[in-house]
Design a protein around this ligand. Structure first.
Ligand code: NIG
Ligand code: FE
Length: 416
């Protein structure tokens, strides 16, 4: 094996048992197209300067000369590097105490109302400082890489003050993530007396101008005990005016109007949807808003699973994500999420793969270069430790990730 300088960096992944990429050409995929994948047996991928230059069958591999790094992938299969479009990976500390209390019978909403939950992570995150946050994010990003994720979004929302919200967004950006501003995650203790409206006023006047320069999107927790429709509309409208695309946490515990509001404002996605009913499903299906479902979060909290099958059948654009965070989903593994999608949500393996690659890339406005193994796309490749790609979802919690390639470089695992 030889390596070359960045000027003409080439990596040939050869002798793959299978090379698998979502079908269709457009994004997001819906309906029948969501369930189709292209499979090439006995395949190769040629990466050049961080992009995919060619894919094909080994029989058709052209003669290559010059410096080229080779990766022997016999017995392995390749899928696109996974895209996690919804995480809260920038947090300090953990919530193992709360997990133990929940295991002994307390509920997530009770702990939140008692000043624990999100607010306990806010205390730890405020205390961490910029370096502490960068270190925590780096640790969590490495966990995600080991799980096969090559692109991740991460939200702020554990600062809830100007300095820490901005520190979170900067740490996410510096750590290779795509930052989303979730200032409207909870009302912090210092605004307890003045209330949610005063807190939002502060966010819009004092934090938004700088947050908008770092983040790509804004998000809000629209829920009983958090923010209502009028408050979410005000916050998101201001964020949209500042150039951010919009996301919503909605229908996690109550159907409180997130789906109609997301459609009204042209949001990129509404996420969670555990309690979305027939009307919400029909509204999403008739819109461009992506339904992002988070089955690890539903599992972790013992909540009902979101109606993913009904959403897909109705024609909605669906994406899968982890919701990785210390409280409601301490899980960074998209392969595990795919397993849950196939066992709990009624999705096919093909639908699950598309939902955490091309459709997730669409949520992050990157479907033109992430989420497919096609020429011109970023050379983000997940090599699975099986000659059948379906082990991605089949091997529940197992060591399915063999090697991870990002931008044409091995970032996890090792050549055989
Ligand atoms: O997506 N629901 C609101 N926010 C997060 C949980 C955050 C936390 O518990 O720390 C979620 O589940
Ligand atoms: Fe979330």
């Amino acid at each position: 094996m030889t390596s070359t300088d960045a000027g003409s960096r080439r990596l040939l992944i050869r002798d793959l048992a299978q090379l698998v990429s979502p079908g269709g050409r457009s994004a997001p995929l819906r309906g029948r197209e969501l369930g189709s994948v292209d499979v090439i047996s006995d395949a190769y991928v040629l990466c050049e300067n961080g992009r995919i230059a060619r894919v094909g069958r080994m029989d058709d591999l052209p003669a290559l000369s010059g410096d080229i790094e080779e990766l022997d992938a016999r017995g392995l299969s390749a899928v696109p590097g996974l895209v996690d479009c919804h995480t809260h990976a920038c947090f300090a500390g953990d919530r193992v105490e709360e997990f133990a209390l929940r295991a002994a019978g307390a509920t997530y909403e009770e702990l939140h109302a008692a000043g624990g939950g999100i607010l306990s992570t806010v205390r730890a995150t405020r205390a961490a400082g910029q370096d502490g946050l960068a270190g925590a994010l780096a640790r969590h990003a490495e966990w995600m890489t080991r799980a096969g994720t090559t692109t991740f979004e991460a939200k702020s929302g554990y600062g809830l003050d100007r300095e820490t919200e901005l520190a979170q967004l900067r740490a996410i950006r510096a750590g290779g993530g795509i930052p989303t501003w979730l200032g409207a995650h909870a009302v912090p203790p210092e605004f307890e007396d003045e209330g949610a409206d005063a807190y939002l006023e502060f966010l819009i006047a004092d934090v938004l101008p700088e947050a908008a320069a770092v983040a790509e999107a804004a998000d809000v927790f629209l829920e009983r005990g958090a923010f209502d429709v009028a408050q979410a509309r005000r916050y998101l409208s201001a964020c949209r005016k500042a150039g951010l695309s919009l996301r919503l946490h909605g229908d996690q515990f109550t159907e409180a109007g997130a789906v109609p509001l997301g459609i009204e404002l042209g949001a990129r996605s509404v996420d969670h949807l555990e309690v979305t009913g027939e009307r919400g499903i029909a509204l999403l299906a008739g819109s461009d808003v992506v339904a992002v479902v988070l089955p690890a979060s539903a599992l972790f909290l013992g909540r009902p699973m979101p109606p993913a099958r009904a959403l897909v059948d109705a024609g909605a654009a669906l994406a899968l994500a982890t919701d990785f965070n210390p409280g409601s989903a301490f899980c960074e593994s998209l392969p595990l999420v795919c397993a849950l999608a196939c066992t709990q949500l009624g999705l096919t393996l093909e639908e699950a793969l598309a939902a955490c690659t091309v459709n997730a890339a669409h949520v992050l406005a990157r479907a033109d270069r992430k989420g497919r193994l096609s020429p011109g796309f970023d050379a983000d490749v997940l090599l699975l430790a099986s000659d059948d790609w379906r082990h991605l979802a089949y091997h529940l919690g197992g060591p399915v990730v063999h090697t991870v390639v990002r931008s044409g470089r091995m970032v996890w695992g090792s050549p055989a």
